[in-house]
Design a protein around this ligand. Structure first.
Ligand code: HEC
Length: 123
């Protein structure tokens, strides 16, 4: 009984130690973020799970680089005319998630939204 309890304590200590180290691993990832974000966004662009009707961004935008007004190069103010009002790129992305993809718009600070934006701006 005593040995089992000792093993349990050691195991729990190892698990907690593992948890305590996780923020460090995330910090390490953060330094490489620009490249990773763009790659993450590229993957999300082809990911139908953002919506509920089996469509991904790529379904309707098969050549993403041709999306007009994407990126500061074409759109110095960072706004799009769509849905009868000016929108930021993030709002346009959420508009497409919500309306043509029938999904739930992503929160403003959601990493997926940031990644999609970074990807589109990289084109
Ligand atoms: C079912 C089709 C459909 C899907 C899926 C879709 N879009 Fe769109 N998207 C449109 C249409 C239609 C427009 C408005 C017309 C246009 O500009 O091409 C548009 C416009 C845009 C624009 C603005 C382009 C411009 O010229 O101003 C961006 C950026 C965009 N979509 C990104 C996305 C992203 C990111 C996704 C995935 C999260 C996505 N779209 C999914 C149909 C779609």
């Amino acid at each position: 009984m005593g040995v089992k309890r000792l093993i349990l304590v050691v195991l729990l200590a190892a698990i907690f130690a593992g948890c305590a180290q996780r923020p460090q691993a995330e910090e390490a990832l953060e330094t490489e973020k620009p490249d990773n974000l763009v790659e993450y966004g590229r993957a999300l662009f082809a990911d139908a799970s953002l919506g509920t009707n089996g469509k991904s961004c790529l379904t309707c935008h098969p050549e993403p680089s041709t999306l007009s007004g994407v990126g500061d190069k074409y759109n110095p103010k960072g706004y799009f005319k769509m849905a009868k009002r000016e929108m930021t790129l993030k709002e346009v992305i959420n508009f497409c998630i919500e309306v043509p993809m029938k999904g739930k718009p992503l929160p403003e600070n959601d990493e997926r939204l940031t990644a999609l934006e970074a990807y589109l701006k990289s084109l």
